[in-house]
Design a protein around this ligand. Structure first.
Ligand SMILES: [Zn+2]
Length: 316
């Protein structure tokens, strides 16, 4: 199905034989229009000849840090020194970029994801803790800064991760004790057919939950949707009133497809997500679930992008 030619591991080793190649690549991705000061945004920075991939900003943009009482910024006198990894996920680690790049490659090219344990074993260097730290930071870099608006035919659905009857659909779940009682975490998702997935963990349980769900829907549905397909869940009952072309199928009555009205696209994403999470991470807490959602969404949304590696580096 996937006809896009993505980089092979062999290509990766060839492209990034040493730290210098990695740094040059990172600088180009990070600053496609020329090096910019990560602190003040100044473009007229000085190259430090003696230290490759280091620059100096003397823009004069300074301010008083109210916490420390010190003047911080890019003073005209001493300036602010920064390197290619300053304010990136690669900062504050002594781990070589080459290893980071390999870890990123492994995470991107495994459809169901890869745990820190697997990455650690495959890289064969560093400690497990380092691998875990890298994976966590890479997942954070995969986040979309804003929820994108979806167009065309879209499907919206919610699912629960964790707990016993996690694979069951809404009408099949036991509601007696409530889904949260058994440690399940709710995730809402919207997918544009043949397009992107957006998902979000629904955090506040109880009084505000309904509001959070409604806000999610409002944020992801653009004015250009031609159909919003959902199941019969009451979360979506007001969509028509708001002018959204909403149609629902009655899962409770064993109706799964009615012409264009179905939620099969998003359900296949849920099954990919759950198989990945169960297979790699066994169980997942509310603390880390948003990171896994970033990872699975990023990979899914870039499935046809031959430059997926470049895309992630630009976001690091
Ligand atoms: Zn500056």
């Amino acid at each position: 199905m996937n006809t896009v030619k993505q980089m092979t591991f062999r290509d990766l080793l060839k492209r990034f034989p040493d730290e210098e190649a990695c740094k040059a690549f990172l600088a180009k991705r990070r600053w496609p229009n020329g090096v910019t000061c990560p602190r003040c945004g100044n473009k007229r920075v000085y190259t430090l000849k003696a230290r490759p991939f280091h620059w100096l900003c003397k823009s004069g943009a300074e301010r008083l840090d109210s916490k420390t009482g010190k003047i911080v910024g890019c003073s005209k006198k001493n300036g602010y020194r920064f390197s290619v990894i300053t304010k990136t996920v690669f900062e504050n680690t002594n781990y070589p970029l080459r290893e980071w790049f390999r870890a990123i490659f492994l995470m991107l090219h495994s459809k169901k994801g890869m745990s820190a344990h697997q990455i650690h074993r495959m890289l064969g260097t560093g400690s497990y803790e380092t691998a875990w730290y890298m994976c966590t930071r890479i997942r954070a870099a995969m986040k979309d800064e804003e929820l994108p608006k979806l167009m065309g035919e879209i499907e919206i659905d919610e699912t629960f991760i964790g707990g016993r009857d996690k694979n069951r659909h809404y009408h099949q779940r036991s509601h007696s004790a409530g889904p949260y009682a058994s440690g399940k975490i709710e995730v809402m998702g919207a997918i544009a057919r043949k397009g992107n997935i957006v998902c979000q963990m629904i955090e506040d349980i109880g009084f505000h939950t309904e509001k959070t769900r409604a806000e999610f829907v409002r944020k992801v549905v653009s004015k250009d949707v031609s159909l919003v397909a959902t199941d019969e869940s009451h979360h979506y009952r007001n969509l028509r009133k708001e002018g959204v072309p909403h149609e629902s199928i009655q899962h409770g009555q064993h109706e799964y497809v009615r012409g264009k009205v179905h939620t099969q696209t998003i359900e296949s994403f849920w099954s990919l997500l759950k198989r990945g999470i169960i297979g790699n991470y066994h169980k997942v807490s509310a603390k880390y679930l948003p990171l896994y959602l970033n990872e699975f969404s990023f990979r899914f949304n870039n499935r046809k992008n031959a430059d997926i590696f470049d895309a992630i580096i630009a976001g690091c």
